[in-house]
Design a protein around this ligand. Structure first.
Ligand code: LHQ
Length: 267
């Protein structure tokens, strides 16, 4: 696909990925899902990039799966065979969600407008989620006879607890950004005019931090959700052991003792 559905900009050590099909509220086509995954892959592999920032072009973050995409659009002609949506998830959404969740660098979402269906899952799968006051989150799946996907069933109860997760997923109502912040679904809500600058400043700040420790923090927390307390303590010790041998710890501790600003390098 030659269309640039993901706009890529480099801002120092921050790679900005802008979902870019504003005419369809940045709904995901298969081509776009592939481009987003490739863009994440490229950012992960580029040693000079230390943080990814994802946002949407126009008035939406993403309206989720493009329901007009031939891979999912219901056949209108009599006798048309239904498409296997599970195959689309296997080939596009699962690799994307796994890539996002295992990035070696932090990922920030700047949710500039509505994030619906898989668009909400992609946003909520990021490490730090900022949203504009006018943004909203919609678990649109139940409205069309589906369940939350792209990680939604895993993320939602962990973020807001079972009662609110089920309320959101069963009803599919619009959740305003301020309510999303109140429920701890997202980290911060900001005035619309401040969102992009605040998200970039946050991404730049993260890019100057000890990247490897940040990625391992995410991994340890995700793993800990599956572990008993003692196993989580042991995982912490194993990861801390590795980090303790790394450059950034030596630099961070030395800089503290020398009362100077640390210069982190690990990735
Ligand atoms: C769209 C879409 C869209 C195409 C707006 N598709 N065009 C995974 C695997 C396989 C199958 C299915 O799903 C999944 C995961 C999922 O993501 S399921 C959930 C899919 N998403 C939805 O069901 C959300 C559908 N969109 C909406 O409910 C509304 O558009 C929202 C609430 C997001 C925004 O409403 P409005 O602000 O009133 O905008 P609008 O509805 O007028 O949309 C603007 C345009 O964008 C419009 O096109 P048009 O040519 O009429 O201007 C829409 O058709 C188009 N668009 N979402 N998902």
């Amino acid at each position: 696909m030659s269309e640039h559905t993901i706009q890529i900009e480099q801002h120092g050590a921050v790679r900005l990925l802008r979902l870019n099909r504003p005419e369809a509220l940045n709904a995901f086509t298969t081509g776009m899902l592939g481009q987003l995954r490739q863009a994440l892959e490229a950012a992960a592999e580029d040693g000079a990039t230390r943080c990814v920032l994802i946002t949407g072009a126009g008035r939406a973050f993403s309206a989720g799966q493009d329901l007009a995409d031939p891979h999912v659009a219901p056949g209108r002609e009599p006798g048309a065979a239904p498409k296997d949506i599970g195959q689309l998830l296997e080939h596009y959404y699962i690799p994307l969600a796994l890539r996002l969740r295992s990035m070696p660098i932090p990922v920030v979402a700047a949710v500039n407008g509505v994030a619906a269906g898989a668009g909400a899952s992609v946003a909520l799968g990021c490490d730090l989620v900022l949203a504009a006051e006018s943004a909203s989150f919609i678990q649109a799946f139940s409205r069309i006879g589906l369940i939350p996907d792209c990680g939604g069933t895993w993320l939602l109860p962990r973020l807001v607890g079972r009662a609110k997760a089920l309320e959101m997923a069963l009803l599919g109502d619009k959740l305003k950004a301020v309510d999303a912040e109140r429920l701890s679904l997202i980290a911060r809500v900001l005035p619309d005019a401040e969102l992009q600058d605040a998200a970039m400043a946050l991404a730049q700040k993260l890019a100057g931090m000890p990247t490897r420790a940040l990625a391992e923090t995410r991994r340890a927390m995700d793993e800990a959700l599956k572990l008993d307390f003692e196993s989580a303590l042991k995982l912490e010790a194993a990861l801390q052991s590795q980090l303790g041998f790394a450059y950034d710890y030596q630099e961070g501790a030395a800089a503290f003792l020398d009362k100077r600003k640390p210069e982190f390098k690990d990735r």
